[in-house]
Design a protein around this ligand. Structure first.
Ligand SMILES: Cc1cc2nc3c(=O)[nH]c(=O)nc-3n(C[C@H](O)[C@H](O)[C@H](O)COP(=O)(O)OP(=O)(O)OC[C@H]3O[C@@H](n4cnc5c(N)ncnc54)[C@H](O)[C@@H]3O)c2cc1C
Ligand SMILES: *[C@@H]1O[C@H](CO)[C@@H](O)[C@H](O)[C@H]1NC(C)=O
Ligand SMILES: *[C@@H]1O[C@H](CO)[C@@H](O)[C@H](O)[C@H]1NC(C)=O
Ligand SMILES: *[C@@H]1O[C@H](CO)[C@@H](O)[C@H](O)[C@H]1NC(C)=O
Ligand SMILES: *[C@@H]1O[C@H](CO)[C@@H](O)[C@H](O)[C@H]1NC(C)=O
Ligand SMILES: *[C@@H]1O[C@H](CO)[C@@H](O)[C@H](O)[C@H]1NC(C)=O
Ligand SMILES: *[C@@H]1O[C@H](CO)[C@@H](O)[C@H](O)[C@H]1NC(C)=O
Ligand SMILES: *[C@@H]1O[C@H](CO)[C@@H](O)[C@H](O)[C@H]1NC(C)=O
Ligand SMILES: *[C@@H]1O[C@H](CO)[C@@H](O)[C@H](O)[C@H]1NC(C)=O
Ligand SMILES: *[C@@H]1O[C@H](CO)[C@@H](O)[C@H](O)[C@H]1NC(C)=O
Ligand SMILES: *[C@@H]1O[C@H](CO)[C@@H](O)[C@H](O)[C@H]1NC(C)=O
Ligand SMILES: CC(=O)N[C@H]1CO[C@H](CO)[C@@H](O)[C@@H]1O
Length: 579
């Protein structure tokens, strides 16, 4: 933490001094908005260069004394949603899912959502990441570059008796990634053979570009099973750096704009924020990096006049850059569930999950595949042509479409099927000029009938796993969907009525529509987005590993980009990547 004696006026003066003596080794002051998953990754990496000064403003507190953050067992994880480290956001009623209101947990604490998440550390598939370059036009963003960036974040350690392939992982990064041996035989002797018996397969490591199959997926945790996340693994070991300052309890309300130049690109001079004492203040910088996450980043952009004038004008915000894609293209992976009570005396506990990734050809028989293929042809409102084509391509190439999460619940056998590549697109927009008022979130889950169809078939398949001979000795009665759910219609109603979130909202400041391949916001000289908002399409993965990779890759790009790149920013430049 910065010393509480931090003196703002002196500090601003020193920045002015720094920026007035640029030389071969450029001195660049970065202001990072949000000390979350990607924010602390990019801030820590940028501060490796002693010429950079990096100031992080985080809305939440430091959270280091919160034992529920450290401890990854069920009761601790379950105590985080709704607590002081959660923004406690709620969705608009889900119009296509029985008008339910979903609780949308997001971390409001140093570390962001990496402090409150389930800690699964999954590498995305090659086909997902190559689509960024080939389909979304983001040159240089592909499997080769991003998987290397994820590896830079990772410190993998193998565990006795569980299969893994070390070459698929990073071994020197700050985030510890560990597998634990599961207790009992439910998974090893029951579920894994059941998946294989029903046409699935066992994986020896999902991290090499093809996650297909069931595996004991590792978590971001130290060998002692406590959470390894951006605050304790990127920031804390480097907290002594004099050029890295992290201010908690500091909520950014907007970007401060200076005179624009060179063809109209908007120039940020810094940001305005409420400091730990609630005082409205500003900090200057050469570059502003927004790392507020998929909900926080579009909120700050809109509060700063970057977005759709139809949304900004009624709130009295003048448009600085007309960029209607801000806050649009929101995607979330909906979940369903399958639960059966375990038979008496079955041991099933701990922190080790299994994940089972399956493809359309695995999940669907030929009749069902034809039906799904027909449904995927119709784009729901809000889905861009680019994303629609990319999704069809993934489906036809039999890329993973469903993941079954298997939990070590002591009383029950639990599978949560997750729809990996949803078509439905929602939005996240401000409704007030007050940063402390929650934006409005339209998740649009199941607006696409394709999404509902796939998740319905997956729920039925989960029951098939649980009723295989190998699983029978471990389970008693089915709890959900329940014995009265048998027809396609009943399964579909069950899925709609019991939909859950995977807490993977992404895409609200997407590459190719809000930011260019340098992560610069279109129409600005020096504002960048570095977080999950830039992801143009859901990966077949839990996204935190990828988001650390985005922080790593962004730092590499920014370290190599001189300030003259910002000064020479013309709006035209954006078209070079946006075809
Ligand atoms: C309950 C839950 C379970 C999950 N489980 C998993 C999992 O097991 N595996 C996995 O890979 N992923 C999981 N995820 C998803 C993953 O954690 C997130 O996608 C990822 O952490 C998001 O990273 P980010 O950098 O985009 O945003 P965040 O990490 O959320 O960071 C945003 C930061 O910005 C701050 N901020 C926002 N607005 C402002 C402002 N105006 N001023 C100052 N600061 C601001 C926030 O307080 C926050 O610290 C889960 C998420 C949740 C919520
Ligand atoms: C931040 O706020 C929390 C909760 O109000 C408080 O406990 C903590 O001391 C504050 N930290 C700082 C550095 O102001
Ligand atoms: C985590 O909490 C559980 C109780 O839920 C406790 O048994 C366990 O020892 C704790 N683990 C650590 C590493 O503190
Ligand atoms: C959603 O959050 C509210 C509090 O805001 C809580 O009362 C409710 O139990 C939560 N619902 C679920 C399903 O967790
Ligand atoms: C990925 O991006 C890098 C960096 O621009 C480039 O060298 C490479 O050719 C790209 N494509 C693939 C398939 O690696
Ligand atoms: C677990 O290991 C980490 C990293 O070595 C350490 O910082 C932490 O104190 C340990 N926690 C416990 C409860 O042993
Ligand atoms: C903070 O102060 C500035 C300068 O006085 C003012 O323009 C701005 O509206 C204030 N911001 C908030 C959120 O009150
Ligand atoms: C969504 O993103 C695409 C690029 O993937 C972009 O072309 C489109 O404009 C965005 N949609 C909206 C409604 O802004
Ligand atoms: C595919 O499964 C459906 C049930 O969803 C069944 O009615 C149909 O007969 C099956 N078709 C084939 C070709 O197996
Ligand atoms: C099955 O039974 C449960 C519990 O009694 C009930 O809530 C649900 O609506 C029933 N479903 C169907 C399809 O009848
Ligand atoms: C990028 O900004 C320029 C100028 O503001 C605008 O003409 C162009 O349409 C923008 N691109 C997108 C994809 O919004
Ligand atoms: C070894 C063991 O835990 N046995 C228990 C199995 O479950 C029955 C009934 O629930 C108990 O009575 C046994 O003690």
């Amino acid at each position: 933490m910065a010393p509480s004696s931090f003196h703002h006026t002196l500090f601003t003066a020193s920045i002015l001094l720094l920026s007035s003596c640029l030389s071969a080794a450029e001195k660049i002051t970065y202001v990072v908005v949000g000390g979350g998953t990607a924010g602390l990754a990019v801030a820590t990496r940028l501060s490796e260069n002693a010429d950079n000064t990096v100031i992080v403003l985080e809305a939440g507190s430091d959270g280091f004394d919160n034992t529920n953050i450290k401890n990854l067992t069920g009761p601790s994880i379950q105590a985080l949603p709704g607590s002081s480290v959660d923004y406690n956001y709620h969705s608009e009623p889900l119009k296509f899912a029985a008008n339910q209101v979903a609780n949308m947990t997001r971390g409001k604490v140093l570390g962001g959502s990496s402090a409150v998440n389930g800690a699964l550390f999954t590498h995305p598939s090659k086909s997902d990441l190559d689509a960024w370059e080939s389909d979304f036009g983001a040159a240089g963003w592909n499997w080769t570059t991003l998987s290397a960036a994820i590896d830079s974040a990772e410190h993998f350690s193998t565990t006795a008796r569980l299969a893994s392939t070390e070459s698929f992982h990073g071994s020197n990064g700050p985030i510890f990634v560990t597998q634990r041996t599961p207790t009992g035989d439910v998974w090893t002797k029951g579920v894994i053979p059941a998946v294989v018996a029903t046409g699935g397969k066992e994986s020896t490591d999902q991290s090499g570009g093809d996650p297909t199959g069931i595996w004991y997926s590792p978590k971001a945790m130290f060998p002692n099973s406590t959470r390894s996340y951006s605050a304790n693994s990127y920031y804390l070991p480097n907290a002594g750096r004099s050029n890295l300052q992290v201010h908690v309890n500091s909520t950014v309300s907007r970007i401060v704009w200076g005179q624009s130049q060179n063809g109209g690109a908007a120039v940020a001079t810094g940001v305005e924020y409420f400091d730990a004492d609630g005082k409205n203040t500003t900090v200057n910088g050469d570059r502003v990096i927004l790392s507020g996450g998929a909900f926080g980043t579009p909120q700050i952009l809109e509060l700063s006049g970057i977005g759709n004038p139809d949304i900004l004008k009624p709130l009295g915000i003048s448009t600085v850059v007309n960029l209607p894609a801000v806050g649009e293209n929101l995607s979330e992976q909906p979940t369903s569930r399958y639960i059966a009570a375990l038979a008496p005396n079955i041991s099933n506990a701990g922190v080790q999950l299994t994940l089972n990734f399956e493809s359309p050809r695995n999940l669907l028989n030929s009749t069902e595949w034809d039906k799904a293929h027909e449904l995927i042809q119709t784009a729901p409102p809000g889905l861009s042509d680019t994303a629609h084509k990319a999704l069809i391509k993934l489906f036809e190439s039999d890329a993973p479409i469903i993941e079954f999460m298997g939990f070590p619940n002591p009383a029950n056998l639990v599978f949560l099927p997750i729809l990996l590549h949803p078509m439905s697109r929602g939005s996240s927009h401000i409704v007030s000029t007050d940063v402390k008022q929650a934006p409005k979130f339209d998740l649009a889950l199941f607006q696409s009938p394709f999404d509902l169809y796939i998740l319905t078939k997956a729920t039925a398949r989960a029951r098939r796993f649980a009723t295989q001979d190998s699983v029978k000795p471990f389970v008693a009665a089915e709890i959900a969907p329940g014995a009265n759910v048998t027809s396609d219609e009943q399964f579909e109603t069950f899925v709609k009525n019991s939909v859950g979130l995977s807490y993977h909202p992404l895409g609200t400041a997407a590459l190719g529509s809000v930011v260019n391949k340098d992560l610069r916001v279109n129409g600005t000289a020096n504002v960048f987005v570095v977080d999950g908002s830039i992801i143009p399409m859901q990966p077949a993965a839990h996204p935190s590993a990828l988001i650390y990779g985005i922080g790593e890759h962004a730092a590499t790009l920014l370290k190599a980009a001189p300030l003259s790149d910002d000064q020479n920013q013309h709006v035209r430049r954006f078209f070079e990547i946006h075809v």
